[in-house]
Design a protein around this ligand. Structure first.
Ligand SMILES: [Zn+2]
Ligand SMILES: [Zn+2]
Ligand SMILES: [Zn+2]
Ligand SMILES: [Zn+2]
Ligand SMILES: [Zn+2]
Ligand SMILES: [Zn+2]
Length: 433
């Protein structure tokens, strides 16, 4: 019986404990600082909040911190409508006349970093006891860590942090600052050749860190002398090449064909009166041969007989015995030139258009057409004077001739008119009889 009772008591205890544990976990206090890093002399605000759900009547908060580092400046409850709300720089308390259910920000307090605080990481803890009447429903705490640094740093020398930045570190508080490298103009530490890339090295003017950059291979080769790799012939071009002593690049170019070296023309076949002959010549280098004709000589007569005279419209023929080949044969004689009469103007030339005139051969009546050049106004004027002067000496003779012919015409006219009158008069006398 005793055993059963003690077992039951145990069950009740376990049950009640577990209930209180659940109740304590139902509400939590949280704290948030206005900064993670604070300088000597700076202030930091800690905001305390509640999360979870709980009916409570009172709450007590206690900031816990290193008193060599911080001192309290102020503190105030964010919660409103309380019966009492106090903060005495050590403890904060709030109380309601009836139970409330609050969450979110509840209290804020400000801490100042002492000027002589040690430079290190330090914690700020906020302890909370939440009660509903005399029942403690939560006894909880929350801690944050902040770093305390110098008001003014004492930085050491810059050193390389990475490929992009250098850094310097405060010898007092360990704070490091990063800054981008400031590269100089760079110097060529390995010159590029036609075979290998070069290297250009840049140095940071602040921390002496270095970075390198590849320099592209050059196109400037170091060629040896040209050497003939294929000999040119009379008709085919040859080649020559040269090699770069550094990268072994080979450059090739053509050598022009030399052309034939032809010897003198020699007669291979003599020409005769009726058949053509030939001449040949040969290249002294490649035996290339060229041939050309010699014209047939034509027959040669010592004293030919013209069997048909040439005219301006037909060729003539001569015949005889050739002095070279003894052949009885004929040669043709070339046509004669036409014998043209006076030109007949078809269209006279003007100052703006050419004229046209024809000439007719007096023997074969072949008519040819000729152009009369355009008249030049200036030419006409300038030509007047020299003509006049040339004619000046003969002017008397010309006028005498003209005068004498005029007199002859007058006399002739008078004789004819006189004759006609005589005939008319004689006829009248006859008819009157
Ligand atoms: Zn520092
Ligand atoms: Zn640097
Ligand atoms: Zn080369
Ligand atoms: Zn040749
Ligand atoms: Zn002949
Ligand atoms: Zn003619």
């Amino acid at each position: 019986m005793k055993k059963i009772i003690s077992f039951l008591i145990c069950l009740v205890l376990i049950f009640s404990l577990s209930v209180s544990v659940f109740a304590a976990e139902a509400v939590k206090v949280n704290s948030k600082t206005s900064a993670n890093i604070v300088k000597l002399g700076d202030t930091i605000t800690v905001t305390v909040s509640l999360n979870g759900n709980a009916e409570f009547k009172s709450m007590a908060l206690t900031p816990v911190y290193d008193e060599n580092v911080f001192e309290v400046v102020s503190g105030e409850w964010v919660l409103t409508g309380a019966m009492i709300a106090s903060f005495d720089n050590k403890n904060a308390a709030i109380g309601y006349s009836s139970a409330v259910n609050k969450s979110g920000d509840v209290f804020k307090y400000v801490l100042k970093v002492k000027d002589n605080a040690s430079l290190k990481d330090t914690t700020i803890k906020t302890e909370a006891v939440i009660k509903n009447g005399s029942t403690v429903i939560a006894s909880t705490a929350n801690t944050t860590t902040v770093k305390v640094i110098c008001k003014t740093h004492s930085f050491g020398a810059w050193s390389k942090a990475d490929n992009n930045n250098h850094k310097h570190t405060c010898t007092a508080c360990g704070t490091a600052e990063l800054s981008a490298h400031t590269w100089n103009g760079g110097t060529i530490t390995k010159a590029a050749t036609c075979k290998e890339t070069g290297v250009k090295t840049y140095t940071c003017t602040v921390c002496n860190a270095t970075k390198t950059e590849a320099i592209a291979t050059t196109t400037k080769h170091t060629f040896g002398n040209w050497t003939q790799t294929k000999e040119p012939t009379c008709t085919a071009k040859g080649t020559e090449s040269r090699t770069c002593s550094i990268c072994q690049k080979v450059e090739t170019k053509d050598i022009a064909a030399k052309g034939h070296s032809m010897g003198k023309w020699t007669t291979a076949k003599e020409a005769t009166c009726e058949e053509k002959g030939s001449q040949t010549r040969t290249c002294s280098k490649c035996s290339h041969k060229e041939t050309k004709d010699i014209k047939a000589l034509g027959h040669k007569f010592s004293n030919p007989t013209v069997t048909k005279e040439p005219t301006c419209s037909e060729e003539g023929i001569e015949s005889g015995k050739c002095t070279r080949c003894d052949k009885e044969t004929t040669n043709t004689l070339p046509k004669k030139e036409h014998t043209f009469g006076e030109a007949v103007v078809v269209t006279p030339a003007t100052e703006t258009a050419v004229g046209k005139q024809t000439k007719t051969c007096t023997i074969c009546n072949t008519v040819v057409e000729e152009e009369i050049p355009m008249l030049d106004k200036n030419d006409a004027e300038t030509n007047v004077e020299p003509d006049d002067t040339v004619n000046m000496d003969n002017s008397d003779d010309v006028s005498e001739n003209e005068n004498s012919s005029w007199i002859i015409w007058v006399i002739l006219g008078a004789v004819i008119i006189g004759g006609v009158i005589i005939i008319i008069v004689a006829k009248k006398k006859k008819s009157n009889k």
